[in-house]
Design a protein around this ligand. Structure first.
Ligand code: AMP
Length: 277
C-alpha cells in the first residue's frame, strides 16, 4: 500500500495501473461504513485508490472543521489488510493553493435538505469530488447511501459534466442498535450516544407505516417527528419524505422515496435516511 501526498506521485502511480481503478473518497477517521466501500471497490476493480482529505470548503463557518476527528495512523492500519493500492492524502494548501477560484456547482438538487441547512456545503463537495475524479481517473467511484443527497448530487454532476465513470452507491452500515456509523458519533457523550438511536427508530416507525400501506407523505413526516419529540436529548432540524431522484417533498408516495432527517444530539448534528420502494 503506497501512501502518497503529492499530486505528481499520485499521477505516476495512476499511470502505472493497468485495468480498472476504483476510488473511495473519504475524510478519514475511518469506520466500518468506509471499509465496506473499500471492500466493494477491492472486489470490483484491479486497483483501489482511497483518498483521505478533510475538505475545508464543505464546512460552514460555524461547523466542526477544526475539531473534525483525524487519526491517519489508525486509518492506514485499518486499510492495510484490505488490499488498497494507494492512499492519497493531499494537503489543503495543495488542493486550494493561493489564487484558487474554480468551483463546480449543481443547482436545484442542492437547494433542499442538507443544502438548505448548510449553505455552500455541496459546492465544496462537488468541487473536491470533481478534483479527486480528475486526479485519480477512476472507472468506478464508491459512495455511501448514508449521505443520500450527496449521492444524488454527485450522480447529477457525473452525468452533467460527462465524467467517464460509474457511481456505485453502497448501503449504510449501522451499529448493532441501528445508529448509522459516522465519524461524528465520536462527539457523542454516553447519554447522547444512547439517545442517538432515535433517528433509526423514527425512520423505522415511518417505514412500518409505509409497509402497512400508508402512502400519505405528511403522515410519514408526522410519525418521524413524533418519535423524535419523545427523545428529550434530540432536537430535530428537519424531517423529509421526498422523491428519491428530485429530492422534492412529496404529497403522495408513488415510486422510490427518500425518508431523511437531521437531528442535533447536544452539539452534534447527525443525519440518516431510509429509501422506500
Ligand atoms: P466521509 O468520510 O464522512 O466523507 O465519508 C466517506 C464516504 O463514506 C461517503 O461516501 C459516505 O457516504 C460513506 N459513509 C459514511 N458513513 C457510512 C456508513 N455508515 N455506511 C456506508 N457508507 C458510509
Amino acid at each position: 500500500m503506497d501512501i502518497i501526498s503529492s499530486l505528481s506521485d499520485l499521477r505516476a502511480a495512476r499511470l502505472s495501473f493497468e485495468g480498472t481503478v476504483g476510488l473511495v473518497p473519504t475524510m478519514g477517521y475511518l469506520h466500518e461504513g468506509h471499509l465496506s466501500l473499500v471492500s466493494r471497490a477491492r472486489a470490483e476493480n484491479e486497483h483501489v485508490i482511497v483518498t483521505i482529505f478533510v475538505n475545508p470548503t464543505q464546512f460552514g463557518a460555524n461547523e466542526d472543521l477544526s475539531k473534525y476527528p483525524r487519526d491517519l495512523d489508525r486509518d492506514l492500519s485499518l486499510l492495510r489488510p484490505l488490499g488498497v493500492d494507494v492512499v492519497w492524502t493531499p494537503s489543503a494548501e495543495m488542493m486550494y493553493p493561493p489564487g484558487y477560484q474554480t468551483w463546480v456547482e449543481v443547482e436545484a438538487l442542492t437547494h433542499p435538505l442538507e443544502g438548505s441547512m448548510r449553505p455552500g456545503h455541496f459546492k465544496g463537495v462537488t468541487t473536491i469530488v470533481a478534483k479527486l475524479f480528475n486526479a485519480t481517473q477512476p472507472h468506478k467511484a464508491y459512495f455511501g447511501q448514508k449521505d443520500a443527497q450527496q449521492v444524488a448530487v454527485i450522480r447529477r454532476m457525473v452525468v452533467d459534466l460527462n465524467f467517464p465513470l460509474e457511481v456505485i452507491v453502497c448501503p449504510t452500515q449501522r451499529e448493532a442498535d441501528g445508529l448509522a456509523m459516522s465519524s461524528r458519533n465520536k462527539y457523542l457523550n454516553e447519554a447522547e450516544r444512547k439517545a442517538a438511536t432515535v433517528l433509526f427508530r423514527a425512520l423505522r416507525a415511518a417505514k412500518e407505516l409505509y409497509e402497512a400501506g400508508e402512502r400519505d407523505a405528511e403522515i410519514l413526516r408526522i410519525k418521524m417527528k413524533e418519535v423524535l419529540e419523545m427523545e428529550p436529548l434530540a432536537k430535530m432540524q428537519y424531517v423529509s419524505c421526498a422523491d428519491y431522484d428530485s429530492l422534492e417533498e412529496l404529497d403522495v408516495l408513488k415510486g422510490r422515496a427518500l425518508l431523511s432527517m437531521a437531528v442535533f444530539l447536544g452539539k452534534t448534528r447527525l443525519i440518516d435516511n431510509f429509501v422506500l420502494g
